[in-house]
Design a protein around this ligand. Sequence first.
Ligand code: FAD
Length: 503
Amino acid sequence: MTAPPIRSIVIVGGGSAGWMTAAALSSLVDEKDVTITLVESDAIGTVGVGEATIPDIIAFNQMLGVDEAEFMRATDATFKLGIEFVDWGRRGDRYIHPFGQHGVDMQGIDFHQYWLRLRADGGTDPIEAYSLSAVTARANRFALPDPNPRSVFSQLRYAYHFDATLYARFLRRYAEARGVKRIEGVVGEVRRTESGDGIAAVVMASGVQVEGEFFFDCTGFRALLTAETLGIGFVDWSAWLPCDSALAMPSAHVGPLAPYTRSTAQPAGWQWRIPTQRRTGNGHIYSQSFMADDEAESILHQGVEGEPLANPRLIRFKAGHRQQFWRGNCIAIGLSAGFLEPLESTSLYLIQEGISRFISLFPNGDFPDILRTEYNRHMRKEFEQVRDFIVLHYAATERDDTPFWRYCRNMEIPDTLRHKIELFRETGRVFRYDDELFARPSWVAVMLGQRITPERCDPIVAALPAGDVAHSLRSMASAMADAARRMPTHQDFLARYCAAMTG
Ligand code: FAD
C-alpha cells in the first residue's frame, strides 16, 4: 500500500536557501494539505552575501509567478549579461564570459569553428565580438530579449545582480502570504527519529518543540541538521579550489552602471565587483595558505573604485559538498549542502536545482531509498560539473608571478576536466555531457579567454573559401554592434523599468 502523503514540512534557516525553499513549496502545495514551518534566528543572521546570479534564476521566479519589475525594485536588482575576467590568463588579459551563444552555428557546425578559421586567416576580433550579450555589456546598454527567434535581439541572455538579503525578504513575504508559518528563535537542540537516521523535531531555546515529517537543513555553513546531528561528512575539494576566505564590502557607485560582474585576478585569489542599483558589492576571495588577512584587506581596498560604505566582513569557507545531500527525512539545501566559490555565481542555482529535484521526486511519507539515491546522484553530478568549470579558470592560467598561481597552474585536476581541456586543445571540440549547467559557449569563452588555443579547426570549415567565412562573420559582428547601439543605456532602462524603492 502507498504510504500517506507528507503533511508537515519544517525548514530550518531563513537565508536565501530557506526562503527559496519555502516560496517554491508554498507555491505548489495547498496549505490545507501540508503545513510548512520555517525557523530562523535574527540573532544568528544570514551569510549576507550573494549578489550575482545566472539566467536560470529567471525560471525560478517565473515558477513562483512573480513580476520581474516588482522583484527587481524590491531587491535593488540590476541586469547581468555575463562576467568580465581581468588578469586571469596573463596579467593584462580581459575577456567576457557572456550569457548565451556566440554568433550562429552554420551547417550544423559550431560557430567557434568559423571563428577559429578566421583567426587562422589573420582575423583579430575576440570571440566576444560575436556575442550580443558581451557586446551589449561592453557598451553598458540593455534591452529585454526579443521573443522572435529571427531577431538578432533574441540572442540576448541575462540574469541579475541583487541584494540577496532583500531577495530572502521578498520571498518571505511571498511564502507567508501562502501560509508558511515563521518561527523566530535559536534552535538549541535537534531530536533524531527513533531509528536515528532522521530528524523528529527541533527544539527552540525557548523550549518550544517543532515537529515535522520532512526537514530541510538550510542552516548555512553550520549544517546543524545534516552535519552536526546526522553526522554526514564533507567531500573536501580544497586541493582544487584552495581559496577559503572572503572579505566583502559594499561601496558607492562610480561611473556608468555596468550590466556585468567583474572578476579581477589577484595575487592569491580574485576580487569581485557587482553593481546593484544603490551600491557596488565588492569582495576579495583568497587562500589563507597563500595570503594573510591584513594583506588581503589592503588589496580589497586598492581594488574598490567608490567610497566604502561599510567595513570589510570576513567569511571563511571550504570548497566541497556534503557526502549525502538527502538522508532519512532531511535534505541539506544551500551552504549546508556545499559551497563552490562564487566565481561563476552558481550557489543560488544549486539551491534552485536542489529544490526542483526534490519537487520532481516529491515523496510520500515513507521516503523510499531509491528516491534518496536518485537525488544524491543528481546533486553530486551537479556539484562535480560546476566544480570542473570553476577549476578551469584556475588551472588554465599562464600566470606564474605568485606562489598561488604557480600552485594553480601545476595542480592535478579532475580527469573529467583534463579530458575537456585536451579535447579542445587538440581538436577545438567541446561537448556538453549529461545536461550539464555550463553549455558549449561558456566553455569556449573561458578556454579561449584563458589562452587554451586549439591546434586546428573543423576540417569542413577549413576547406571553405576564406572570403566566405570572413564575410559571414563580418556581417554577424556588425549586426551585433548595431543592435547594441540601438539599445538604451543600462541605467536608463532600469530607471524606466524598475527603479529601486527608496529607503
Ligand atoms: P545563510 O544565509 O547562512 O542562512 C542560514 C540561516 O540559518 C539563517 O537564517 C540563520 O539564522 C539560520 N540558522 C542557523 N543556525 C540556526 C539555529 N541554531 N537556530 C535557528 N536558525 C539558525 N551565491 C550566488 O548565487 N551568487 C553570489 O554572487 C554569491 N556570492 C557569495 C560570496 C561569498 C563570499 C559567499 C560565502 C557566498 C556567496 N554566495 C553567492 C552563496 C550565497 O550567499 C548562499 O548560497 C546563499 O545566500 C544561501 O545561504 P544559506 O541560506 O544556505 O545560508
